[in-house]
Write a protein that binds this ligand. Sequence first.
Ligand code: MG
Length: 310
Amino acid sequence: MHATVNSQFYFKNEAKRPKSSKSAPKKRSFLLRNNAIPLTPPRITLARIPPTVYPLQPNMAAIGRFQKGDEIFYAKVVDGELFKLKGDVFGSPSFQKKAISLKGIKTLIPVVPSKVIAVGLNYADHALESGSPLPKEPLFWLKAPTSLIPDGGKIEIPFPNHKTDFEAELAVVIGRRMRNVTPAAAARYIFGYTAAQDISDRTIQKSESQWARAKSFDTFTPLGPYVETKIDPHKLTIQLFQNGQLRQNSLTGQLIFNCYDLVSFISTNMTLLPGDIILTGTPSGVGPIQSGDRLEVRIQGMTPLVNTVK
Ligand code: MG
């Protein structure tokens, strides 16, 4: 029943394909039968979220990446204590039973991605505030991995005369190599979720049709502090506080294309590798940052991501 080639996203060159699936190469017909699942059509319901400050929940299964001296390592974070990870973080790691001393420990970005992918206009209310129509399929681009900074890192404004905005986003962290994966199977390839910002030089963004330059300056992608590996990504509040003031306030359930749709769609275009990051878009309420600002992304069930502006 899913084989309807309603797959506006998956098979753009469908018209060029022979009509009979028998004449198609075996792999193609497998994809057609199993991958041609239409994505959820864009909704236009706007989020109406009361300006409540939601309480933070304790970490369920947070994994972080740390440095002490010359040593870089992963650890599980439980109630502010670190338990060192042994083995491959994306495999079946084990953890030391005894917490390590926190003295001299620095928090790093939680993973080292081969690429950082960002999705635009993925909340209806943000598309409305930016005067853009809702996308018919996910709109994504690449951000330079060198734009990443960890929790506590300082954001630098490259052009003080430009408008530079904060954007709070839920980030997906890929856990297994994937290519052409259906939305239904996507969760199995996801390592977890973390908080992020997609800092944007709006002056450049508005003057160019490509967004990579406006969003790839060094320090423009705060990420972390930890990856939550056991969380339902579509039932979370997402908020941004600027100097303690609530600026963005929404629910990840309002995503136009949800995390599984996005991961699946992107995997039909490029191979995703363990550690790759997908920023899922920002809700309404984006605004300019200034030197000295303290920006805090709070996503329900996660440790807040806090950064200051240099
Ligand atoms: Mg964004």
